[in-house]
Design a protein around this ligand. Structure first.
Ligand code: NAP
Length: 290
């Protein structure tokens, strides 16, 4: 028996469609459309592709996107000044600094400079801390998108054994916090985990976000598990592959995300949702208490 495919493209289309409608309603109430500033430092080709997808999604949703393309030799101080200007800009509700940044710039310093209420990537320590305390505000887009996919297949979460492979600040860690908040019993594996297979075999919900193609063999997958493959790896022949061996995992899982077409589109969709939510939150603040 093959697993059922979790169609991230279709789920993302439903979310962007709903954001588009919400933006139209907002504008019909006399408000300006949400504004997203995207900062791309230098000319990393993969980052340029991601930024282009984000701009297309903004155009579709009616979100005003303003791109900033500083050269790779911009200093950290100059980039911080740019962030300060965007923080103070009343027409900007969300700020996204595309990573990776050049080696002379400390990404954490830049992220921490973004106002938490404009941190639509959900990377700021304030927003991660809120998630850890079960008080989420702006949620990290990729884990947030995974939660939407899981909810979409009727996942119940409570008491389920969830294993997250990968513990990065932007994906694995907030992913574990999301699943914990939802009521799962969560294990997070990382590069020092001994005997990865033994942990993967326990998972009723398995999320893999490492960036190593084929790291997780399908034979390790618990029969009937839900497998979410966040990994995106460009193979020598040009095709994209995830971190899980899809064909063998497909034989054992109940549900599985494809790569591409699984988690990837959800990340952009949740960015749109976060930008809309940030704009609404700022509007409510400007209106004051009623
Ligand atoms: P990252 O920052 O490089 O983090 C990789 C994580 O994997 C780290 O926590 C690392 O552990 C852990 N790791 C490394 N080797 C391991 C091993 N053998 N066993 C278990 N864990 C291991 O990468 P990332 O930003 O989290 O991204 C991970 C993957 O997801 C990449 O392929 C990326 O392209 C993809 N991604 C996809 C989307 C999407 O929208 N679909 C979004 C973001 C990222 P340590 O912490 O101990 O170093």
């Amino acid at each position: 028996m093959s697993a059922q495919l979790i169609d991230g493209k279709a789920a993302a289309a439903r979310i962007t469609q709903s954001v588009k409608q919400l933006v139209e309603q907002r504008v019909s109430r006399g408000r300006r459309p949400p504004g997203l500033a995207v900062v791309l430092v230098g000319h990393d080709p993969a980052s340029e592709v991601y930024v282009r997808h984000k701009r297309i999604a903004c155009d579709y949703c009616g979100i005003v996107s303003k791109a900033h393309y500083p050269n790779a030799d911009i200093s950290e101080l100059q980039l911080l000044t740019m962030i300060d200007e965007l923080n103070a800009d009343d027409e900007i509700d969300g700020i996204l600094v595309q990573t990776p940044l050049p080696a002379h710039i400390n990404a954490e310093t830049i992220i921490e400079r973004i106002r938490p209420d404009k941190d639509v990537d959900g990377f700021h320590p304030y927003n991660i801390g809120r998630l850890a305390l079960r008080l989420p505000t702006l949620r990290s887009c990729t884990p947030y998108g995974v939660m939407e996919l899981l909810a979409g297949i009727g996942e119940t979460f409570h008491g389920r054994e969830a294993v997250v492979v990968g513990a990065s600040n932007h994906v694995g860690r907030p992913m574990g916090l999301e699943l914990l908040r939802a009521g799962c019993t969560v294990t997070t594996c990382h590069r020092f985990t001994v005997n990865l297979q033994q942990w993967v075999q326990r998972a009723e919900i398995l999320v893999v976000a490492v960036g190593k193609p084929g790291l997780v063999s399908g034979e390790w997958v618990r029969p009937g598990a839900t497998v979410i493959d966040v990994g995106i790896n460009r193979m020598a022949d040009g095709r994209l592959a995830g971190d899980v061996d899809f064909h063998s995992a497909n034989e054992r899982a109940a549900w599985i995300t494809p790569v591409p077409g699984g988690v990837g589109p959800m990340t952009v969709a949740m960015l749109m949702k976060n930008t809309f939510d940030a704009a609404e939150a700022r509007s409510r603040l400007a209106d004051g208490p009623r």
